[in-house]
Design a protein around this ligand. Structure first.
Ligand code: FVH
Length: 293
């Protein structure tokens, strides 16, 4: 049930693949939804679905309690912000992907113009918005999050990270870094299997997915080691893992590039050379900081 302060209206600015998915989800959830896009015409399908097409950016910005911005990058987001009217505490939720520094800079500029601002990181592709697997990270003032939460919930599970403006972006990019690492490993494995003339699909279904699923279960213990800065307890010491570079040698022999794996192997070797060969591989994280964590 809605309280009198619950927002009932939302504007979506930027109707690319993601902005359109956000807007149609708001419409389907019954919110009074106003939409605007720089290039006219992209709102037509949403208007046919029940959204209100704003005549200009100012109309879109002032039409709703909550304004969701989802454009290609922060340069575009800053351009939209500069062209929009100031407000007296309207919640602007910037779901444009960028760095923590860009999120902080956008938030400061938005506050200068009187807006309450949240930064968000969408952990979903457009087709998943509004579904059970979508989640969205938010950071910024807690009051702004609480004010907009009921609207934002329909997009996917909302996760409030912290009041630090850059935190949602940092978590978003950290999750993507984890994903790209996994995909890099998959591509190397696929190239090795294919180099021997075997099918990648059955290898993946029957062996790689179960293997990676089992290895995922080891991450919480590694995370605890990283939080403690103590990598001593392990049944698979680093020195054993780099005693030979079978993956690199086999890749070369198969005509497969090891360029995705080689940087990690080099870090593992450096950690051993630094005297940590008896420790767990998670200690490699200590080599990734160029300044104090
Ligand atoms: N699509 C995805 O899978 C990912 C999932 C995770 C989050 N990302 C981020 O979402 C932002 C928008 O992505 P998108 O997929 O909607 O991108 P496009 O389909 O390329 O649409 C871009 C929209 O940005 C508008 N735009 C560009 N420049 C400006 C500007 N200077 N002023 C105002 N609007 C601008 C563009 O308008 P137009 O070209 O149609 O006039 C589109 O509406 C993005 O940060 C992803 O990283 C999506």
């Amino acid at each position: 049930t809605s309280s009198p302060t619950t927002p009932t209206s939302v504007s979506v600015i930027g109707l690319g693949a993601m902005g359109s998915a956000l807007a149609s989800t708001f419409v389907d959830a019954g919110f009074d939804t106003t939409v605007w896009n720089r290039t006219a015409g992209r709102a037509d399908g949403l208007v046919a679905r029940g959204a209100r097409g704003a005549g200009d950016l100012a109309e879109a910005f002032t039409a709703s309690d909550v304004v969701v911005l989802c454009v290609v990058n922060h340069e575009a987001a800053r351009a939209v912000l500069a062209a929009a009217p100031p407000s007296d505490g309207r919640v602007v939720v910037n779901l444009t992907n960028g760095t923590p520094q860009e999120a902080e800079s956008f938030a400061a500029a938005a506050r200068d113009r009187g807006h309450a601002v949240l930064d968000g990181g969408i952990m979903a592709v457009p087709e998943l918005i509004g579904g059970p697997h979508a989640f969205v990270l938010y950071s910024g003032p807690r009051e702004a999050y609480d004010a907009a939460r009921e609207v934002l919930t329909v997009l996917g599970r909302p996760v409030y990270v912290s009041d630090d403006d850059g935190a949602a972006s940092l978590y978003d990019l950290s999750l993507l870094a984890g994903m790209y690492g996994m995909l890099g490993g998959f591509f190397h494995a696929a190239a090795l299997v294919r180099s021997a003339g075997h099918g990648v699909e059955s290898f993946t279904d029957e062996l790689l997915v179960p293997w990676l699923s089992a290895m995922l279960g080891t991450l919480p213990e590694s995370a605890r080691s990283i939080d403690r800065g103590d990598y001593a307890e392990t049944g698979s010491p680093l020195a054993m893992q780099v005693a030979n570079d079978s993956i690199g040698e086999a890749s070369a022999a198969q005509g497969v590039s090891a360029e995705l794996y080689a940087p990690l192997h080099a870090l593992m070797q450096r950690r051993v050379d630094d005297g940590h060969g008896a420790e767990d591989m998670a200690g490699v994280v200590e080599l990734l900081h160029s300044r104090g964590a």
